[in-house]
Structure formats: structure tokens, C-alpha cells
Write a protein that binds this ligand. Sequence first.
Ligand SMILES: [Zn+2]
Length: 345
Amino acid sequence: MSGPLQTQDRHSRSRLFPGIGPEGQEKIRRSSIAIVGVGAVGAAAAEMAVRAGVGRLTLIDRDVVELSNLSRQFLFDERDAEEVAPKAEAAARRLKAIDGGADVRGVVADLDHTNALSLLRDHDVIFDASDNFETRLLASDAARSLGVLSVYAACVGDEGLVAVTRPESPCLRCYLEVLPPAGSGPTCDTAGVVPTLPPTIAGIAMTEGLKAVSGARVSGGVLSLHAWDGAWRSRRLFESASPSPRCPVCADGRYPALEGEGASEVVKLCGRSAVQVAPAARERPDLAALERRLLRVGPVRRSEHLLSAEVENVSLTVFADGRCVVRGTGDPLRARTLYERYIGR
Ligand SMILES: [Zn+2]
């Protein structure tokens, strides 16, 4: 930045707000936040963080920009979609144009147990805007192991969820202990999403992140919001949750996701344009529930032992033991992305 802009005070309104003030703004400038997943929530959160003056931001995403992202994902445009630009790089480019003084790093990678600690260490907040359960647990375990605040934000349909866990409070695993079986939970790619919801949820979640780095007390717990019926129902869930005696992190001091426990096995099948995604948990999926969800996006056939669906020019075959074979691509990253989009957990 040069010329007259340099002498103006970009963050004067934040300094005027007593909750932040000049000291808080200086702390925000010196802070660093890692954002995992640059989809609708992650991109909006990243833009808010950079505009608010966060000094260093790391964006981690394995995916590329597609036309269907543009209806709700900030930071991306038609050129990014035409160029099939990696989201982490396209987002970093745009953020540097918003604030040339911000240190923004885009990392095109699939966060996994081999790279999580090295990518996430040296940040004050780990902001998880990922789209899948595996990465969620990995980000949470990494935040615990590094002793930093983790903020999780997600949206499906008209529901948004924000979870904030401090190093000393129960971890995300404790909150997520009771979960529906595999294949029964909606994803944005089967249930859709209210397009204005992701930035709303990103704003709530990033507010907690900014509170943390500016030295204010953050609200812990899980917040769930419903957006569409005109009556905004908000619930603070598990507000007084205590650590689960079954949680490997809180009860035993282990970080299973950092050891690769719970990681899917993604294998390219020999000589064919097909990849097998085998979730580690191998819960038996509810094929009937999965069929109902997938019928909304493409043709589905189901038998007692398997289900096969056609989406995005590939076929997904889900077996009763939880394995999924993605035919029509030989790219393991793409196969995993499609699995998370349509099968998920
Ligand atoms: Zn826990």
C-alpha cells in the first residue's frame, strides 16, 4: 500500500469500540489464525479476519473453485472457476489485494495426520471450517495437542453450528459423542444450504476468534442456529458439558487423530479409473437413509448389500461394510472430496 491510504487509519472503528480498543487491535495485528477448509464458511471467515487486521493467516484447502461455489463463497469469481484455481491460492490472492500488509499463506493440501501439526503449529487459533468429520477431529486433536483455542463452524440446510473449545474445556470429541450413524447425516451437497447462512455463521465464529486473540474472554460451548422460518431459534447446547470419561483426549491425554486413527484409507484401484475410500470407523451405513438423500441429486440403485449413485459424472458405490468405490476418476483427492460431499458421515 502506498500514497494517501498509508496515512489513514484502517482500523479506527475497532479501536473506538471499547471491547477491542487500541491495545486489543494491536494484539489482533500480532495474532495468527489457521483456517482449515476454504469453502463458504472458511472464505467468509478469512475475509473478516483479514479486514479486522489479523496479522497472519494460513488457509488450508485441498479443493478447487467450481461454478457452483460462487452462489455463496466469498473471495472467488468466475475467472477462478474457469481456471479451476485451487481455493487456498485464489483466496490468498484476493486477501492480499484486500490488505497488502497481511501475511496470508495459501496451502493446497489435504490436512491429515502426517502434516497437521506442522501446518497448524504457531497459530493462536485453529478455525475449523472443514466439510467432514475426519478433518474436524484432526483439527480438534491438533488444537488440544498445541494448547490453543479451536473454533468450529459449519452449515447444512438452514442450520448453522458453532463450537468453541478452549484448551481447558471439554474438547470437540466430548461434544460430538452422540452422533447419527454413517450415511444418515445431511451434507450441503445433498440437503443444500441457505446461501446467506455461511457468512452469518462465519461471523459468529470469527467473533469468538477475534475475542480470543484480542484478549477478551471467549464464550465456550456449542451454538446451533436455524435460519429459514423467520424465527431464529438459537440454542446453547452442552453449555455446562464436562469432559467425557470416554474421551481419549480429555480422559487419557491421547490424540488419536494425530496418530492416524480414524483416517480413511484412500486407494487407487489398479488399472481402472476408480478409487476406493474406506472410512476407518467402518460403521455400517444406513443405505435406505442414504438412498433418500442421494435421490435428490441423481439416479440411485440399491440392493441389500450395496447402493450405487450417479453424481458429477462419477458413480459412487457404497457397500454395506462402509467402503465406497468411486468410478470415473483416478484421482484419490477428488474421490475423497466426492465421498465427503455425498456420503459424508
Ligand atoms: Zn474430550
